[in-house]
Design a protein around this ligand. Structure first.
Ligand code: IFM
Length: 447
């Protein structure tokens, strides 16, 4: 018998939303089913050397075919909500018209979740851009922002009434920087000017999509999801402190300042001189349109030192607890960041922690997965969120990343983030002890 997750009393009531999260390309598989078009991640995976072990979106968790049993799995945990994403290349054809077969998958999925009493939090863009749009420049082409708004318009109309909350973009920082700044993610471009311009078009797409979502599905809430990172320094010099601040500007303010202050942080020009994006009149007004909530994804802290040239260099701290990703476990960073955002942004909307969790090299032994570190990780981070809430941050929910082990982008299937273990050869799902602990907490809460 696994003990329930230890949750602060503040979050133990039914007014706080507990959920689990996934994303289309990471779990669906079936990359050629029912007219799905290729995405930039299919192309990236097919490029030698880009993804560990040459892994691809196949088989994923074969969720496209196993969705019914996966919904039962989600419902069996007792969560309030499930965060998923829609694969743009599954639901729109190249001419922009709806692919009804692809949409039917999401209709069935959302309806079954509703029948099981699970709220639906749906991300429109979790990185799987249709390759045909990349062939025309992708996020470097302003036109992609308009195509994104069209996609939001069509899909929200088609799925109206089935979604509780829409999220336009997942982690635009990753799309912009990992995809266009250092090339670790699709489409694999690497220049700060590309990253800055891609970020602007992503955020513009978000802003343009908001009125479309409002018109298409007026009852649903609308938000965006940002990954945020804590940066601190063990260095004694003023330059080291500035380096740590610059890291947070580059990771957090680059996304949040335009959304809530209507401008890009000036410090980015110190980091990447001459890389200003082309911003047209009216763009920032679109980007700052009000949203109903902000999703925050948090994983780790970085230790920075000055690089001696006005920038920062990552200096991993020795002897600290880390995960299978090598990321430091630092719950305090989440409290610090949430409090900092509340202080910096007067118009900060209610917050949902839309992702938090860790990868570990989990093995099934006699039908069990002992992932004690994950249980401890979750408890410590939830406690940090509760401290931020005590300090006045309006936090309304928490989603564990991830429901189940899945395709971890450039790291393929080797890194396991799930509450549920997946054997990719058999597609057998096994609840890890962390899933049992969450389930036990949620069962006790409902009594
Ligand atoms: O797996 C990813 C997810 O797709 C986006 N946020 C971070 C997770 C862990 O790296």
């Amino acid at each position: 018998m696994t003990a329930p997750l230890a949750i602060p009393p503040r979050f133990a009531g039914t007014d706080f939303t507990w959920g689990v999260a996934t994303a289309s390309f990471q779990i669906e598989g079936a990359t050629e089913a029912d007219g799905r078009l290729p995405s930039i991640w299919d192309r990236f995976c097919a490029t030698p050397g880009k993804v560990l072990n040459g892994d691809t979106g196949e088989p994923g968790c074969d969720h496209y075919r196993r969705w019914e049993s996966d919904v039962e799995l989600i419902a069996s945990l007792g969560v309030d909500a499930y965060r998923l994403s829609i694969a743009w290349p599954r639901v729109l054809r190249e001419d922009g018209s709806l692919n009804e077969k692809g949409l039917d998958f999401y209709r069935r999925l959302l309806d079954r979740l509703a029948e099981r009493g699970v709220q639906r939090y749906v991300t429109l863009y979790h990185w799987d851009l249709p390759q045909h749009l990349q062939d025309k420049g992708g996020w470097l082409n302003r036109e992609t922002a308009y195509r994104f708004a069209d996609y939001a318009d069509r899909v929200s109309r088609a799925l109206a009434g089935r979604v509780n909350a829409w999220m336009t973009l997942n982690e635009p920082w990753c799309s912009a920087f990992l995809g266009h700044g250092n090339g670790h993610h699709a489409p694999g471009l690497a220049h700060p000017r590309y990253a800055m311009q891609a970020m602007h078009h992503l955020l513009l797409g978000h802003g343009l999509a908001l009125p479309a979502l409002q018109a298409g599905d007026p009852a649903a809430r609308r938000g965006i999801v940002a990954n945020v990172g804590r940066g601190t320094t063990d260095g004694a010099r003023e330059a080291d402190r500035e380096a740590a601040q610059l890291y947070e500007v580059m990771h957090n303010a680059w996304v949040l300042d335009p959304l809530f202050l209507g401008q890009y942080p000036a410090e980015l020009q110190r980091l990447w001189p001459g890389s200003e994006p082309l911003v047209l009149a009216g763009d920032m007004a679109a980007i700052t349109r009000p949203i109903d909530f902000l999703g925050i994804n948090y994983y780790f802290r970085s230790n920075l030192r000055s690089n001696g040239a006005g920038g920062f260099v990552d200096m991993p701290l020795p002897g600290v607890e880390r995960t299978q990703m090598g990321w430091e476990v630092y719950p305090q960073g989440l409290e610090d960041l949430l409090r900092g955002f509340r202080a910096r942004y007067a118009t900060l909307p209610p917050i949902y922690i839309t992702e938090n969790g860790m990868a570990s090299d989990d093995k099934v032994v006699d039908g069990h997965v002992d992932d004690a570190q994950r249980i401890s990780y979750l408890e410590r981070h939830i406690a940090a969120v509760a401290r931020a809430a005590e300090a006045g941050v309006d936090v309304r929910g928490y989603f564990v990343w991830s429901l189940m082990d899945n395709f971890e982008w450039a790291f393929g299937y080797e890194r396991r983030f799930g509450l549920v273990h997946v054997d990719y050869a058999t597609q057998q799902r096994t609840l890890k002890n962390s899933a049992l602990a969450l389930k036990a907490f949620l069962a006790a809460r409902r009594r």
